[in-house]
Design a protein around this ligand. Structure first.
Ligand code: FES
Ligand SMILES: [Fe+2]
Length: 394
């Protein structure tokens, strides 16, 4: 049983920043807190669960375990991406357990019912007795896989598990408005990734929220990322405009990578006088973004348990030409550089997690000039918890 009421949490975090109190430890250290995050924070929002390039060709399926929920991403013959609960509608067997190319059907290994990649139940062998594959009382249309509301954006697959979130386009609208100042919607479509040039993953022994909190602020830059801070110093960072579903920071000193006097292609419409600008927003709950004129990275947080998170990273480049082997050195250097930066953050989030086991920590203090984005996230989480508990603040 969680000790602190959501009303209390909400009240404490909504005080002025110098007096605000962060989420209690149990929200980071208990199984119950983890399940509440899933049900009340993540399920009602739009969460990233994977990448379009996880499904490299048509007729492909890709199973994902997301906070204990078995899900299945499918790409059909017409390249339509869908997500279903990865469970057979007959006796509830976990359906697909590995990514694979299919012949357009997923077969349940138990009694061999088959499903199309749009979720429709196709084959029900022997359902009417040996050799009889139909039954007059069995309505196949009712045996389809349960579909989850799904959208794709910037090469990511998003789901709204509760089915109740606002429309995805309005969810991301405040963020896309900020992006539009640097590149148009059409231009952003040019970001492409493949299976080789920019993917990695890191496992951190920490609650997913600490990875978000760490990404939101640049305050730790000089101490945790001295090399990055030399190139893109703290004083050259700025806070992005907060929006309902996210916050973040940006840099005014991004330096494009140059190897052998060659740079990666960049987005044609990106304003010439803003080439050094980069945006690092977080789209709540779990999509961490780095937008630059010549590449885009996305870090998707896959919460595994209360104290373990896998960070899946994809780097995309501008147009198919940018994936060409002439840029292999660029791809490797870019991936190495970002991997180093992300790696430097591991000890920070892991030691915050350790600190959450201490009864001497009671939600902490916020640095008024530096921790605004962190407070914004805590308030968002508290609001989700409150809404999910059907409780009004007093
Ligand atoms: S449980 Fe899937 S076919 Fe029986
Ligand atoms: Fe960092």
């Amino acid at each position: 049983m969680l000790k602190e009421s959501v009303i209390e949490i909400h009240r404490n975090i909504n005080k002025p920043i110098a007096a605000a109190v962060g989420l209690p430890n149990e929200r980071y250290t208990s199984d119950e807190g983890f399940i509440e995050d899933r049900e009340k924070v993540i399920a009602p929002s739009w969460a990233c669960i994977g990448f379009v390039d996880d499904l490299p060709e048509p007729n492909y399926v890709y199973p994902v375990d997301f906070m204990g929920l078995p899900l299945l991403i499918t790409r059909d013959n017409d390249d339509v991406i869908r997500v279903f609960h990865n469970v057979c509608s007959h006796r509830g067997m976990h359906l697909a357990d590995a990514p694979c190319r299919t012949n357009g059907l997923v077969r349940c290994p138990y009694h061999s019912w088959t499903y199309q990649l749009d979720g429709k139940l196709r084959g029900t062998p022997h359902i009417g007795g040996f050799g009889v594959h139909e039954h007059p009382e069995f309505n196949k249309a009712e045996g389809a896989l349960r579909e989850v509301r799904t959208e794709t954006w910037l090469g990511c697959v998003f789901v709204n598990l509760s089915g109740t979130a606002e429309d995805f386009q309005s969810y991301i609208a405040p963020l896309t408005r900020q992006f539009n100042e640097l590149c148009s919607v059409d231009e952003r479509q040019r970001f492409v990734s493949d299976n080789q040039s920019g993917r990695t993953q890191l496992t951190v022994k920490s609650n997913w929220k600490l990875a978000v909190e760490n990404y939101l602020e640049s305050y730790h830059l000089p101490s945790v990322h001295p090399e990055l801070n030399r190139i893109s110093p703290l004083q050259e960072h700025f806070s992005l405009d907060y929006f309902a579903q996210g916050a973040g920071q940006g840099s005014l000193n991004y330096q494009r990578l140059s190897i052998d006097d060659k740079q990666l292609p960049n987005l044609a419409g990106w304003p010439e006088d803003q080439m050094n600008k980069a945006l690092y927003p977080t789209l709540y709950p779990n999509t961490l973004i780095g937008l630059h004129s010549d590449h885009l990275f996305i870090m998707m947080l896959q919460p595994i348990s209360k104290d373990e998170t896998v960070e899946h990273v994809r780097i995309s480049y501008v147009g198919d030409d940018a994936l060409d082997s002439q840029y292999t050195k660029h791809h490797k250097t870019m991936l190495d550089n970002w991997s180093e930066v992300f790696g430097e953050d591991i000890f920070a989030v892991e030691r915050m997690q350790k600190g959450r086991n201490s009864p001497g920590y009671l939600g902490g203090k916020f640095a008024p000039a530096m921790d605004e984005p962190t407070v914004h996230f805590h308030r968002w989480v508290a609001q989700c918890l409150l809404r999910g508990s059907n409780t009004e603040p007093s």
